[in-house]
Ligand binder design. Structure first.
Ligand SMILES: [Zn+2]
Length: 274
């Protein structure tokens, strides 16, 4: 599943989102990753901003959620928004959380990862360069999402999701599929020694860190790091789908925090069991 063409864009009216082709024809599960197109927000947030914390009008953000929900064919009322603070808290959610963060106040202080085995609950996580991880075990009817920025990647939130499913839900690790969505690529994720050293201490044999002597900076491949971490708990490499899309390279299509110095909207990742 590491074929470079592991994704495709779907356009409905003005709105375009991305899906992973290995899951394209699976009617048991709906998923998607938004782009900038199809919304009502303006300026730096144009047009499909899904962040309530970006200085947008609340009515715009809600309209954008209604449009992406319609395009994905999931009920707007089924959305459950995460509370992302670059930590590794993971919880199980269900119908009682529907509307969290959009129709009812966000109930969590910290929730960078969550999962469900209930149909009709749409998990929503947010991005603008950070790594979206989608989890799916088709035979067991369970989906999950994790926000894996560089801190989440260092602290192995993806691996933590796998261990949670294995230990608490009894899911065999070999049955779990993971998709790594659009996010900042090794072409653009350049960091100073402070960040690089966090990775080096967590992953002593890391081959995804490159030192550039002339700049005295490091580049880190967050996709490879996440993949290595997932494989370390027994996920077969062929179960991991990597989109290979860099949001910073493709900033006309996706919001990129780094490319814009923070003047950007927010993208959304969506998953729902049907
Ligand atoms: Zn790039």
């Amino acid at each position: 599943m590491t074929d470079p063409v592991s994704y495709k864009f779907v356009t409905k009216e003005e709105l375009t989102y991305l899906i992973f082709t290995p899951w394209e024809n699976d009617e048991r599960m709906t998923h998607g990753f938004s782009t900038r197109s199809g919304g009502v927000s303006e300026g730096d947030l144009a047009t499909l901003n899904l962040g309530f914390n970006r200085g947008d009008k609340e009515e715009n953000v809600i309209e954008n959620y209604k449009r992406i929900s319609k395009a994905l064919e999931v009920p707007f009322e089924s959305l459950v928004l995460s509370k992302q603070v670059h930590e590794t808290q993971i919880t199980k959610v269900g119908h009682k959380e529907c509307g969290n963060g959009i129709l009812i106040p966000n109930k969590w202080e910290s929730m960078d990862g969550f999962y469900t085995n209930e149909q009709g609950v749409t998990l929503v996580t947010h991005y603008a360069d950070c790594v979206p991880l989608f989890f799916y075990a088709p035979k067991y009817g369970i989906i999950g999402m994790a926000h894996s920025g560089w801190r989440g990647t260092v602290h192995e939130i993806g691996k933590k999701m796998i261990e949670t499913w294995r230990n608490r839900e009894g899911i065999p690790v070999s049955e779990i599929q993971i998709a790594i969505g659009p996010s900042i690529g090794p072409c653009h994720f350049e960091v100073h020694e402070d960040v690089a050293s966090c990775f080096q201490s967590q992953f002593p044999n890391a081959d995804f860190i490159t030192y550039n002597q002339s700049k005295d900076k490091y580049t880190i491949d967050l996709w490879a790091c996440n993949k290595q971490s997932l494989c370390s708990v027994g996920v077969p490499e062929e179960n991991i789908i990597v989109s290979g899309i860099c949001t910073c390279c493709m900033d006309q299509i996706f919001f990129s925090h780094r490319k814009t110095g923070g003047k950007r909207g927010t993208l959304g990742a969506f998953m729902c069991l049907n």
